[in-house]
Design a protein. Structure first.
Length: 368
């Protein structure tokens, strides 16, 4: 996999689609009513330096991904434990997004269709693209991103007659506590989930670390989430709190332009399908890469199919219903994901910087 390369534009496209992934349809900062946009901005402010940690780690070890770095810094046995944990996190996250997709299709489009069918179709598609490699995934993201942006832009314009600025007031009526809870939730879902890119990418030797496409993709994805959140708030107002399931779908469903333009929910479905496809594929690629490292395999492609099938099976049984899915996403997931997204990378970076400094000092001593 280290021989496969993607361009900065492809990386940017992948990060944007990964960030908007399931968050546009499931929603963000469910703990907040009117002040969701404040929570998103706070979460972004925390996510930017966190992303810098991931990039700095990759730049310290050219040609190595997160799994390689874990082995190099923590050693064979402790490193293996952390690689196993990150492999599980990527696998679990992929299953959760797959279930988000299945719940959406089952609840909004085909309620009589067994849950396993949409999950199976999406899962098989992701298995196929991951087996083709990250280059094909990057090219696909680069091709799909302009289409998704165009759809979102057109839908935003069509929503203008439905917008009501008064729905954005009063600001901070409930105080800072729910806003900070919403910011914490949004930081972990979806911004800090970009840690998985460190598991599937590496910095080539003698080349600059990909700060611009990585950070640019995060900020662009956050901007899209912010604009869609503003739209949902100005269309639905306080009733958004009463519609916790797939708020974008419900908001866009209110578009009425005369008698000839309505039922625009299909546009939301297209955006969700593409975003979920890219996000699940990155998760599957990261999980497959982790298994490759643990098993000492020559390539990750040999394990993509079995891991993908297991991911499909886990997605089908991971939640009992939509209520449980939303409760996990907004009440529990942030605490579960924080060690993977922040604590372990910070410890890893600290140890790596100290060891690099000691090695540099040791190399300088003989010459003095």
């Amino acid at each position: 996999m280290n021989q496969e390369r993607i361009t900065n534009h492809q990386l940017f496209s992948m990060v944007v689609l990964f960030v908007i992934g399931s968050s546009l349809i499931v929603g963000v900062a469910a703990q907040v009513e009117i002040d969701k946009w404040i929570a998103i901005l706070i979460a972004l402010a925390a996510a930017v330096p966190t992303l810098m940690v991931y990039i700095k780690l990759l730049s310290l070890f050219p040609g190595k991904n997160l799994f390689d770095i874990l082995f190099l810094v923590f050693g064979k046995w402790v490193g293996r434990l952390f690689v196993l944990l990150y492999t599980w996190y990527a696998f679990h996250l992929g299953a959760m997004v797959l279930r988000n997709f299945g719940e959406f299709v089952n609840m909004m489009a085909m309620p009589e269709t067994p849950m396993i069918m949409p999950i199976l179709l999406m899962g098989v598609s992701c298995i196929w693209i991951v087996k083709e490699g990250i280059e094909v995934l990057g090219r696909s993201a680069f091709f799909l991103l302009p289409i998704i942006v165009a759809i979102i832009f057109i839908v935003q314009l069509l929503c203008i007659p439905q917008l009501n600025l008064q729905f954005l007031t009063p600001i901070l009526a409930d105080g800072w506590e729910p806003v900070l809870k919403g910011a914490f939730s949004t930081f972990s879902f979806p911004f800090a989930e970009t840690v998985l890119f460190a598991a599937v990418l590496c910095c080539p030797a003698n080349k600059k670390a990909p700060y611009k496409p990585f950070l640019g993709g995060l900020i662009a994805g956050a901007f899209i989430i912010l604009t869609v959140t503003f739209r949902n708030l100005m269309v639905m107002g306080a009733t958004l709190k009463q519609s916790p399931y797939f708020p974008s779908y419900i908001a866009v469903g209110r578009i009425r332009i005369g008698d000839f333009l309505q039922r625009m929910e299909i546009t939301v479905s297209i955006v969700f399908v593409v975003g979920a496809f890219i996000k699940i594929s990155i998760c599957l690629l990261a999980a497959s890469t982790g298994v490759k490292k643990l098993a000492g395999l020559n390539h990750f492609r040999s394990v993509v199919m079995p891991i993908g099938i297991l991911m499909i099976l886990l997605a089908n049984g991971i939640y009992k219903n939509t209520i449980e899915m939303v409760k996990w996403a907004f009440d529990i997931y942030s605490y579960y994901a924080l060690p993977f997204q922040l604590f372990i990378p910070l410890v890893l970076l600290g140890i790596a910087l100290i060891s690099k400094h000691k090695k540099k000092k040791a190399n300088e001593q003989p010459s003095s």
